[in-house]
Design a protein. Structure first.
Length: 538
């Protein structure tokens, strides 16, 4: 039986950079998730009888909301739901399933790299038939509907048993519980040379992978230890836990500090990698070296032809605006276009759909390609392994060789987390008001607020981050995070290019010290945020 439940709007159900993200406790209020899911369904057209993919990263509250989403999908006319066993689906695996099974779209329950547990964060993302995140005009529409919603529809159904694979019926809708890993693993085997990687590993090449007690565990376990023959224990923290073991599942050198220490300081493995809560981010490490996400994108692009899936070459590359310009130099040498988009994976979708680009990446530990419409942590790891298997050089040799050829783009990101939101807004407004006076000072040749016109669908996005561009190509970029759930997080991105190989082995913080100091003084960070130094440096 389908019931219509009367409800009233909740303030602030505004999707951010990647779906609606809030504290678990906010999501646990009666009708909160239902209101949002109904607003999502009401914003869709043509979904009647279609397939909906549903899954999540296993975080606390997932199990409840998955059952709600299934019941509401049945009440809102979907014909079939595909749901991962135990409710698990990594974000890239969900994107692949939507594409492979020609689904109408998908609902992914995740707050990505944000912490989980009763005091942590929860989130709901909508992806469409191309497998990618809903575009801004749709998320704006969803938000508008959350402000006027008066009722939601839900079917009275018993909970679906998500532990058992197989297909059944629920309220006239087909519900298939599927292996979350199988289709994804097959996709990876179609892109990469598993024989070459197996022989690299059989030769003694050692890998340490940290799944951060999140969704990548089952995927990495099956692919690295199962298909590639890595020794048992290669995948650490392999079991997804509702609170991620109390850790922050963000694969950067700070939150994956133990792994970084294992590789960079103790030099205890040839290759190290980690992925985040929902499996779309990646951290790449070699013996004695951390590879920045911006360098990783550039290096993957430069070596893509060594892998079967990309042997034909790349149509183009895209990077988000704050990502370093390292990939631009590779694109120039390959004679292909490099697109600069606002932060957020959704902006890559139209370029990928139109065939304008093959690879794309972001400084926020996201890299991927045209194989899905999301960033893909394990894909990046396998692409690195395939390149390593073909080149038979160390990660450090490949990275330093890349710098010799293209120069090194020194890069760092300074995050001022959970600062006062009004102060952060004032800081940004203060910079915007001084674009003209800043130009010409300190070697700044251009100061602007980044705006983007999508070359495919013509959509316009403004206010996407403040850029100070220096005469020597260096940059300072200021942005407010769109994924936080408390106060505001100011991100400051700093880069400078160094062509001279004799100056490639320096410490990034020291090399960038002048720009770092300027980033603080020009914006008045201490005055506006009360913070003399960042909470996180990556
Ligand atoms: C999300 C988006 C990414 C984006 C990141 C930026 O990542 O999917 O495309 O780069 O947010 O976050 P912020 O706005 O905080 O800088 P994820 O992994 O959280 O889904």
């Amino acid at each position: 039986m389908i019931r219509s439940i009367a409800t009233t709007p909740f303030a602030g159900q505004k999707p951010g950079t990647s779906g609606l993200r809030k504290k678990v406790r906010e999501f646990q209020q009666p009708h909160y998730a239902e209101n949002y899911i109904q607003s999502v369904f009401d914003s869709l057209e043509g979904h009647a009888g279609g397939t909906l993919v549903i899954g999540g990263d296993g975080r606390f509250h997932n199990a409840d909301v998955i059952q709600t989403a299934i019941r509401m999908a049945a009440a809102n006319g979907f014909g079939r739901v595909l749901v991962g066993r135990d409710g698990l689906l990594s974000t890239p695996a969900a994107s692949h399933l939507i594409r492979k099974y020609r689904a109408f779209g998908g609902i992914i329950l995740s707050a990505s790299h944000n912490p989980g547990g009763p005091d942590g964060d929860f989130g709901i993302k909508l992806n469409l038939a191309n497998g990618g995140p809903a575009p801004e005009k749709l998320t704006d529409d969803i938000y508008a509907r959350t402000g006027t919603i008066r009722e939601y529809r839900i079917a009275d159904l018993p909970a679906v048993d998500l532990n058992k694979l197989g297909e059944g019926q629920a309220g006239g809708m087909a519900v298939a519980v599927i292996d979350p890993v199988a289709d994804y693993a097959a996709l990876m085997q179609s892109l990469f040379d598993f024989d070459a990687m197996r022989s690299l590993i059989a030769s003694g090449f050692s890998i340490a992978f940290d799944a951060m007690s999140a969704v990548t565990g089952p995927y990495a376990h099956r692919i690295l230890e199962g298909l590639l023959g890595c020794p048992a224990g290669t995948v650490m923290h392999a079991t997804p836990l509702p609170d991620f073991g109390g850790h922050h599942p963000d694969p950067n050198p700070v939150h994956a500090g133990d792994l970084t220490d294992l590789l960079v300081t103790r030099r205890a493995a040839d290759f190290g990698a980690a992925s985040d809560g929902d499996g779309d981010r990646n951290l790449i490490l070699g013996r004695g070296i951390y590879v920045t996400p911006s360098d990783s994108l550039a290096i993957l692009a430069a070596n893509a032809r060594l892998t079967p899936g990309y042997a034909q070459g790349l149509a183009g590359i895209a990077r988000s605006m704050p990502t370093s310009t390292a990939a631009d130099r590779v694109a120039a040498s390959l004679g292909i276009d490099c697109y600069e988009t606002p932060t957020g994976w959704k902006f890559f979708g139209s370029l990928l759909d139109a065939g304008l680009i093959t690879l794309c990446g972001e400084e926020s530990f996201g890299t991927s390609s045209s194989h899905v419409r999301e960033k893909d942590g394990l894909w990046a790891v396998l692409m690195w392994l395939n390149i390593l298997a073909r080149r038979r050089e160390s990660v450090a040799e490949i990275v330093t060789g890349h710098w010799r050829e293209f120069g090194r783009t020194y890069y760092t990101r300074h995050d001022y987390e959970e600062v006062d939101a009004d102060g952060a807004d004032r800081l940004m407004a203060g910079l915007r008001a001084r674009f003209v006076t800043l130009t010409g000072q300190h070697g700044i040749c251009r100061a602007d607020d980044f705006a983007y016109d999508d070359p495919v669908d013509g959509s316009h996005s403004s206010g996407q981050g403040i850029r100070l561009i220096f005469e020597d190509g260096g940059r300072i970029v200021y942005r407010l995070s769109g994924t936080g759930t408390q106060g505001a997080t100011l991100r400051v991105y700093i880069e400078s290019h160094e062509a001279d190989p004799l100056r490639h082995g320096l410490d990034p913080q020291q090399t960038l010290a002048r720009l770092i100091d300027l980033s603080r003084s020009l914006a008045g960070i201490a005055a506006h945020t009360g913070r003399a130094s960042p909470s996180i440096i990556t």
